[in-house]
Write a new protein. Structure first.
Length: 373
């Protein structure tokens, strides 16, 4: 699905001027800057922060992918999309823009490593549960579609439990059997002329028309069991459709009568289970994702700007009508705050022939782009 909103999550050293500039000057004040309120964490050593930085990047990407997958799943099974994007009974954008750390669930006396493990493990377990539930639903849907084809398809594939009767078959004979054949209507004359000689010991004049639809006529033919497979092979060569999938058995017929209703009920139940789980998972994984993102921004800001932690985090919001302005906004941010990366970033012209050695993807401040689908 297309994004409903995009954000630049931006961290800058604390400065009254920078906050005012974001609100009034970035893109001529045409984009919204929103405070991203993040608590202070138990930092530990800088070495541990470098290790956590790699883990946080991995989990950030995984949870973003998980959210997108859940949205795709819900979009495929829900008629209305209006109720997909809710987190803790709020719209997802309201939740993000008023983000508040859940201190009761993720206590701040825990280390960053402990918090990351707790948040990510819960979210990824939910993600696995959704994937398993989705596969269960896909299997149930496939079974129901197969049963539906049997119920409503043409006579070459249709379930015959409501069509045939005991008198259409030779039942209880040691030597004789009955084969059902769906004959295309344009081959009906050929069938009548040749079925008796298709193999040895076909009972003369045993072909009985049971029913027909727009494409096929369904016949029963009786013959000696010894020549059953030979008759089937010959029928296929003539483009008739032997219904070898059908054997007259009352118990089997009773099960077939129940199959459609059972598969339909199972498909509906697994669909409802999936919707309930996926909606819960969307809410919980979005929440986990932004708690991970909060820690990631904090860790990267400490690594970039040093101790003590003194930086401001902001969401810069872009709606679909100004998605095209994101690159321009990044360039304006680099022009304004490039000095944070030193002369190599703020004044590339001074590097002359060495300018090409500066990583073009390097940002002189902490910034991430987030898409909400």
């Amino acid at each position: 699905m297309d994004p409903v909103c995009k954000y630049l999550v931006l961290s800058l050293p604390q400065s009254t001027d920078s906050k005012e500039w974001l609100e009034r000057s970035l893109l001529d004040g045409k984009c919204q800057a929103i405070d991203f309120k993040v608590p202070d964490f138990q930092i530990g050593t800088l070495d541990s922060l470098v290790q956590e930085s790699e883990e946080l990047a991995k989990f950030d990407t995984q949870l973003g992918t998980s959210v997108a997958k859940i949205v795709d799943i819900l979009a495929g099974v829900l008629e209305s999309q209006a109720s997909i994007r809710t987190v803790n009974s709020k719209s997802v954008l309201s939740y993000i823009e008023a983000f508040s750390w859940n201190t009761s669930k993720y206590r701040l006396d825990k280390s960053i490593k402990e918090l990351v493990q707790l948040i990510s493990s819960e979210a990824l377990t939910l993600d696995n549960d959704v994937r398993t539930s989705y596969q269960t639903y896909q299997n149930a849907k496939s079974n129901f579609l197969a049963a539906d084809r049997k119920k409503n398809g043409d006579l070459s594939i249709k379930s015959l439990h409501d069509i045939v009767k005991p008198e259409d078959f030779v039942i209880g004979s040691e030597n004789l059997t009955t084969i059902l054949v769906a004959v295309p209507k344009n081959l009906d004359d050929d069938f009548k002329k040749s079925y008796e000689t298709l193999t040895q010991f076909v009972i003369p004049r045993s072909a009985k028309l049971i029913t027909f639809d727009s494409e096929y006529k369904l016949y029963s033919v009786s013959l000696f069991k010894k020549y059953e497979q030979e008759f089937i092979n010959g029928a296929r060569e003539k483009k008739w459709q032997p219904r070898t999938d059908f054997t007259y058995d009352e118990e089997v017929l009773n099960n077939m009568r129940k199959e459609f209703d059972l598969t339909r009920a199972n498909e509906q139940k697994s669909k409802n289970d999936l919707i309930r789980l996926a909606k819960t998972a969307y809410s919980d994984i979005i929440s986990a994702w932004f708690h991970i993102k909060a820690i990631r921004c904090y860790v990267e800001s400490v690594l970039r700007y040093g101790l003590p932690p003194q930086f401001d985090l902001s969401f810069i919001k872009f709606t679909p009508n100004n998605f095209g302005s994101i690159d321009k906004a990044k360039k304006e941010l680099v022009a304004k705050f490039g000095y944070l990366g030193g002369d190599a970033i703020s004044n590339k012209s001074s590097l002359h022939e060495y300018a090409s050695l500066v990583d073009p993807d390097y940002e002189p401040f902490v910034v991430y782009q987030v898409e909400i689908v």
